[in-house]
Ligand binder design. Structure first.
Ligand code: HEC
Ligand code: HEC
Ligand code: HEC
Length: 453
């Protein structure tokens, strides 16, 4: 009995690995179609328009479109420790897509993780979040997919998972243990004191927009540790594809405690604000999804995020300190970290670390820079980054990668310098931290330089 339980637990565990973001970094799906109003203005047309909007907010296209492939025709490889899962075709093609799905079958897949044949879907499909979507919203999604998505005849690719791990039945236990029940029509569990705006924000963040799939840490079964703000671990930061999808709670050093609601809206709409610029998986989320959401919904999301108490209430805010700026300008700090910064980073991020608003993000007093886990910082220095292209901010600036130019020691030193200057207070970064990320993200090998051994 124990053996069986262990087998179930371990295959379910393996089978549910770090899904979501793999898809996003591995292959970049095609751009979302520009919304266009369907002909006619009846209730049906309105429903379909609502469905189109929700599909964007839920970013269905991210996973269900292969690199260079037709929208929603599936075939995107999603890496997992036990093999690759290919997303299915969800265009309304009768033979190869979901054209033959009734509303009930569609709803079961989207909110309950149950496929048409009764088997359980891998939670690479974020149904534990979509379970929070109201039935009326799922009806709108269904109408949109059935009528406005172009049918594409394309066979689904079988998962490349070897037997016995390919057996789906253990997934059922995972589902029963970790997935919430699909909700009814009322917004569930909202405290009576919550404003309508906050309730709407919560509905979007927990449900369609599934922010927690990346931003909430995962437990032993690789389930999100919380799916709602009942626990402080919710949205307190997860690791996704070699980036930290960071703390979005009210922490004042490494969370959103110092961001105003307007700044959160600007970030989701344009991919940048005076605190940060979106990079990694978040650049794609902004590009494909949040920039196309209405101002009212972005304001609701911001209002909800601002209600989240700090994960670590003892955290004190950062205070600006001009010492590093003065030393860099006077040339008195001869440490490798400071010299590497002046030679490689200061042209854009400036000796004050403050960058140029909406062009080169600030490194001073930045919640990204001050996260305990330095993975994102090492990753972006190794590989560089491109801000998202958005309607609100059409020029997207980039940062070059330094993998082939700086050694692990240089990168550790420059990041340790950045994390302890201008008022920043975050732990030092070691050369072995950098070596690990360099390997994990398959960056170029460090340059051979005799003085660095
Ligand atoms: C993070 C990636 C991801 C996102 C986002 C996502 N899906 Fe999926 N979806 C998948 C994967 C992977 C599968 C297949 C899982 C499996 O094979 O067990 C799937 C399965 C499905 C299925 C079952 C199809 C079938 O052949 O039975 C439907 C329907 C579906 N998704 C619809 C949607 C809709 C609608 C959205 C947006 C509201 C969406 N998905 C968003 C990854 C995703
Ligand atoms: C596919 C994974 C993924 C999803 C889904 C996702 N994020 Fe992110 N997010 C990230 C990553 C990775 C970062 C770190 C990179 C950065 O700061 O741009 C990030 C960063 C952010 C930041 C910047 C925080 C800071 O202090 O600089 C905000 C704000 C944010 N996300 C909000 C959201 C919201 C709101 C949602 C849901 C609508 C969401 N994210 C969904 C991956 C994701
Ligand atoms: C050519 C200008 C340029 C140079 C040189 C440069 N950066 Fe950047 N940096 C940027 C841009 C642009 C972004 C935003 C990239 C994105 O959003 O994908 C950025 C983002 C970052 C971030 C993430 C901050 C945030 O909030 O989004 C860090 C950390 C960073 N740079 C550190 C460095 C370090 C350390 C160096 C030197 C080794 C460096 N940069 C050199 C332009 C530059």
């Amino acid at each position: 009995m124990k053996k069986l339980t262990m087998a179930v637990a371990s295959s379910a565990l393996l089978a549910t690995a770090a899904w979501t973001a793999h898809a996003l970094a591995q292959d970049q799906p095609a751009k979302a179609q520009q919304p266009q109003a369907p002909a006619g203005k009846g209730a049906e047309a309105q429903l379909r328009e609502q469905g189109r909007y929700l599909a964007t907010a839920a970013d269905c296209i991210a996973c269900h479109t292969a690199k260079g492939g037709k929208p929603y025709a599936g075939g995107l490889g999603i890496a997992s420790p036990i093999g690759t899962i290919y997303s299915p075709n969800i265009t309304p093609d009768k033979a190869t897509g979901i054209g033959g799905y009734s509303f009930e079958a569609f709803d079961n897949a989207v909110r309950r993780g149950i496929a048409k044949d009764g088997s359980t879907l891998y939670p690479a499909m974020p149904y534990p979040s979509y379970a929070k979507m109201k039935p009326s919203d799922v009806k709108a999604l269904y109408a949109y997919f059935m009528h406005d998505v172009t049918p594409v005849e394309q066979q689904n690719k079988a998962t490349a998972i070897p037997w016995p791990l390919s057996m789906r039945w253990p997934l059922r236990f995972w589902r029963m243990a970790f997935a919430p029940d699909a909700v009814g029509e009322g917004v569930p569990g909202a405290p009576a004191t919550t404003s309508e705006t906050v309730a709407r924000g919560r509905y979007l963040v927990e449900g369609a927009a599934h922010c927690g799939t990346c931003h909430t840490p995962r437990g032993l079964g690789l389930q999100e540790k919380a799916l709602t703000d009942d626990f402080r671990v919710y949205l307190s930061g997860g690791v996704v594809d070699g980036y930290v999808a960071k703390n979005l709670r009210g922490d004042r050093k490494d969370g959103l405690g110092e961001w105003t609601p307007e700044q959160i809206v600007a970030f989701l709409k344009s991919g940048r604000n005076n605190h940060a610029a979106a990079f990694g998986g978040m650049a794609e989320v902004v590009q494909r999804s949040t920039q196309n959401m209405s101002d009212a919904d972005l304001e609701a999301i911001a209002a909800y995020l601002k209600t989240l108490s700090p994960a670590n209430p003892a955290q004190s805010p950062l205070a600006a300190d001009a010492t590093a700026t003065q030393q860099l300008r006077a040339g008195t700090d001869r440490s490798n970290g400071a010299l590497t910064f002046v030679d490689n980073c200061a042209a854009c991020h400036r000796t004050s670390g403050s960058g140029y608003e909406s062009t080169f993000p600030t490194l001073a007093l930045s919640s990204v820079v001050n996260s305990d886990d330095p993975t994102s910082l090492i990753h972006i220095v190794l590989k560089g980054g491109q801000m998202p292209w958005t309607k609100a901010a059409p020029t997207h600036y980039g940062m070059p990668g330094f993998a082939a130019r700086l050694t692990d020691r240089d990168i550790a030193d420059v990041l340790t310098f950045v994390r302890s200057s201008w008022g920043n207070r975050a732990p030092a970064v070691s050369a072995s931290d950098v070596a690990k990320v360099r390997k994990a993200v398959r960056a170029a090998p460090q340059p051979a330089r005799p003085e660095n051994g």
